[in-house]
Design a protein around this ligand. Structure first.
Ligand code: NG6
Ligand code: CA
Length: 508
């Protein structure tokens, strides 16, 4: 049964410092119980550290996200596990470093599920603790076991790795199939108009972005020249499923509606909701209400749109009287990118805005902007507002939420740092392996070590420095958060220490 936290219970909860679990006494039964707040994880896609005004943005205002920051913990050293989507989501849900799984790389829409259905996940762990579990939004962890027939139930997927309810897009907004999938079934599919998807070759007679520029409302810059849906050229080919195709400009409202409905229908007992927004990933398609609102083009407009849906979602929690019994965690799956394959003026209209907040690199990069992202926790009446420099990572949520809710489950890679997440401690983890395109780096204390790698130092298409160099790189973020001064040749002792730690953690 659901535990409502009255103030008396809260006091006892914070005073029992020596007990292993966070417990409170149930006044009716007089039995100590673990704290089981609702848990909502709000995940943005490609939102940079500097994209929110709470983290110092001055050219764009994100009041709803800022409210969470002002009323909760704002982390200055909060990380995704990876500089791209699929691996970060894998690390978040499984508590296992994505570089341990060679399949945890940006996936096509036809990729099989990369989470083993035997593997522990946050929703599975929480289900064991009595939670209802749901996902709304972007999945991008693969579906099925190989050849997927989109006209039958698509499985395994989120429902087979711990979510009771799923309402997802399969991969990304720029990848086919451009349909929503509800508990494994394509939503709104007309059986007389079956869907076919192929990432290798086009279906005969179907237009493409490459061959039919006259049909496009958004131009492609690199990649993104296969099937055309709603005037937007995508990655991959798709045929049929006309009635089921999503409306890009309505996607934010659509997911919001599903997330709000989930809350209203599940408020009777603890729930975990993973609300994975699509913004500001490409293609950036703000609803007309937001077009032109940022003065920064579509990228700015969809950030405002994302902030608005987050505000509406929190309003729902408030109206349902759930805010005091809900832990909200907000973050982003990787750092920012401007031109990620479409001409949408993200570069041209940027003005003085700095999506990275001054960090070096961006999406795809081993430099800090790839993985250091907005990271906030909020729990009205429980978390005291603070700014925390603790080193925390999304991968730590599994073990930490287990501790909070009375579960013994943990993984080796996921640090149990619930006190840091609740703002009670300024100590997070000490070491963290960061990943970008299966290349890894080490953050340890204030230092970052990037081992030598072969490859291009810059991704020229997106104009981002990848952090790749043939030499060791060693940075001290305390005095050099922009990672400008490589100390590998001057701080020999530190370099040796860092290499040792890195090799131990990577098991090489
Ligand atoms: C890249 C896409 C990029 C984006 C990314 C995935 C091209 C040329 N670029 O391959 O547009 O879709 O994959 O982004 O196709 S992520 O945030 O889901 O990892
Ligand atoms: Ca992403």
């Amino acid at each position: 049964s659901k535990l409502l936290l009255g103030s008396a219970l809260v006091v006892s909860m914070w005073s029992c410092k020596n007990t292993k679990k966070q417990v409170v006494k149930n006044t009716e039964t007089n039995i100590e119980e673990a704290v089981k707040p609702n848990i909502v994880f709000i995940y943005l896609d490609d939102l940079g550290y500097g994209d929110i005004s709470a983290n110092g943005a001055t050219e764009i205002s994100t009041p709803n996200i800022d409210n969470l920051a002002k009323g909760g913990v704002r982390f200055t050293n909060g990380y995704a596990t990876s500089a791209t989507c699929t691996p970060s989501r894998y690390g978040l849900l499984t508590g296992v470093y994505p570089w341990r799984n060679k399949d945890a790389q940006i996936l096509p829409g036809t990729a099989p599920l990369i989470i083993n259905t035997e593997q522990i996940t946050i929703p599975k762990m929480l289900k064991k603790q009595g939670y209802q579990t749901g996902i709304v939004g972007k999945w991008h962890l693969g579906l099925g076991t190989g050849e997927v027939n989109w006209n039958e139930r698509v499985s395994p997927g989120p429902n087979e790795v711990g979510f009771d309810y799923s309402y997802i897009m399969a991969a990304t907004q720029d990848r086919v199939p451009t349909v929503y999938i509800k508990n494994g079934h394509v939503d709104g599919l007309d059986p007389n108009d079956p869907i076919e998807v192929n990432y290798m070759k086009n279906f005969e007679g179907e237009p493409t972005g490459k061959e039919n520029p006259e049909l496009l409302s958004m131009k492609w810059h690199h990649g993104h020249n296969n099937s055309i849906v709603n005037g937007i050229p995508r990655i991959g080919y798709m045929k049929g499923g006309e009635a089921a195709k999503w409306s890009d400009v309505d996607m934010a409202d659509h997911f919001l509606n599903k997330a709000q409905t989930y809350v209203k229908e599940h408020k009777g007992a603890p729930f975990f909701l993973y609300y994975a927004l699509q913004q500001p990933h490409v293609p950036r398609t703000p609803h007309p209400r937001f077009v032109g609102k940022s003065g920064m083009g579509p990228r700015g407009d969809v950030i405002l749109e994302a902030d608005w849906v987050i505000g509406e979602f929190i309003k729902t929690l408030e109206e349902e009287n759930l805010l005091e019994n809900t832990l909200i965690v907000l973050s982003s799956d990787n750092g920012p990118v401007l031109n990620d394959g479409y001409y949408d003026n993200a570069v041209e209209k940027l003005g003085k805005h700095t999506p990275t907040g001054g960090l070096r690199g961006g999406k795809y990069s081993l430099f800090d902007a790839g993985t250091r992202v907005p990271f906030l926790t909020y729990w009205k009446g429980i978390i005291k507002p603070t700014v925390s420099d603790a080193l925390v990572c999304q991968i730590d949520l599994l073990s930490s939420l287990a501790e909070l809710t009375g579960s013994d489950i943990k993984t080796d890679d996921s640090a149990q740092i619930i006190d840091a997440f609740l703002g009670k401690s300024k100590n997070g983890r000490t070491d963290l392996i960061l990943e970008a395109g299966q290349k890894t780096a080490l953050r340890s204390g204030n230092w970052v070590l990037i081992p030598p790698y072969k490859g291009q130092p810059i991704n020229k298409q997106v104009n981002i420095e990848l952090g790749v160099s043939s030499e060791y790189q060693l940075y001290n973020l305390k005095e050099d958060f922009k990672q400008q001064k490589n100390q590998a040749s001057t701080s020999k002792q530190k370099l040796t220490e860092m290499i040792e730690t890195y090799e131990k953690l990577r098991g090489t």
